[in-house]
Design a protein around this ligand. Sequence first.
Ligand code: PEP
Ligand code: CO
Length: 460
Amino acid sequence: MTDPNLQAVSLPQQWSAQSWRARTAVQMPKYPDSAELEAALAELRRLPPLVTSWEILSLKQQLAEAQDGRRFLLQGGDCAESFDECSSDVISNRLKVLLQMSLVLVHGMRKPVVRVGRFAGQYAKPRSADMETIDGVSLPSYRGDIVNGPEFTAAARRPDPRRMVKAHARSAMTMNFVRALIDGGFADLHHPEYWDLGWVGHSPLADEYRRMVAAIGDAVRFMETLSGEEVHNLNRVDFYTSHEALLLPYEESLTRQVPRNWGWFDLSTHFPWIGMRTAQLDGAHVEFLRGIRNPIAVKIGPSVTPDQLLRLIDVLNPGDEAGRLTFIHRMGAAQIATKLPPLLDAMRRDGRRVLWVCDPMHGNTESTANGYKTRRFANIASEVEQAFELHAAAGTRLGGVHLELTGEDVTECLGGARELTELDLERAYRSCVDPRLNYEQALEVAMLIVRKQTQISAPR
Ligand code: PEP
Ligand code: CO
């Protein structure tokens, strides 16, 4: 195995952790008090980082393997974390769903899964307008708990730099709990019952899932009988974190050099991504992510042209380093068949390599007549299925999925095994941003991925 640190990738030219400040930075709050802002950033610069460069480089290696088809990436979590929901149940339930999904994927795809949470830092949100107006009153839009509060009052909506310090602390608590659970054996394949969610009971998918767990249990016991000892590497798994690197002052303050690895690392998370609204080639976000050594991702929406895509690679991965760059396409079920193939063709013609991931959530958001922002399970499923087919037809590979999901019993997306309707949305709609898959719907997506991938790779 090559040591990613020894690969000939050079330091980016003319880059510093502050060079983004000379570019246009869209989606950034206007902090009213610059002394207050500077004090918060100074405090963040002194605080310990949330992840290490070693973990970041080992994730990059795993993403390189996913790029080659030797692994599959499962990236998922809330659209936005909130400070209030930094609680034991929310964190462990989300982890349980991700572990169950990854079990389904490992079992069905017969390859290891790279597990990446959208958590421990997913606190900043892009908005379509800077201001929100209700009954003639205009206030700054809510930009996520790291910036301001969701309540429609002048005090809550004022961008408060102290919230960055609180977001760092909440991220550290989340991280600490996840690490403690994993290290303590929560992810142990000998005990998949640890991941049962109490209220699941009579899920229509429960039988299929239990059969899978039983089959894996048999295989584990068989291997242990053969070798005469317990298989210890089944006791724990790797878990990585990611979030949208939107609030650049925060990311900058956690971007550091470390003693034994060259270059700069954004130590706020393992795997930052650039959202669709901030992916301008000459913008501040691309400039910032260009210079860090983390693996990075960019969301690719339906308006991106093949030429823009190639130029993004020139800037973000000029050395063609494996595992460095992931493109997360989010076209929508209605558009993926026309928008994705020209991008895939251009990449293949140019001999460029990235990890391709499908986000079937953000291109499929709609509003119901009763005013809920929702997504139809059928559209989510259709986008994933089409993604597998379009990549197979283009000679490229779909190496992962990016999902918004929760372990809570919410009713935010329509359809799925329980056929949730618009009336069900009223029962348990809790997201204050995008609608998430609930436990059953998430597990159903994992099963669907396995079915589709098996079908695509079967000899025709
Ligand atoms: C998100 O991932 O929550 C998001 C805002 O996505 P996008 O940038 O793809 O719209
Ligand atoms: Co979202």
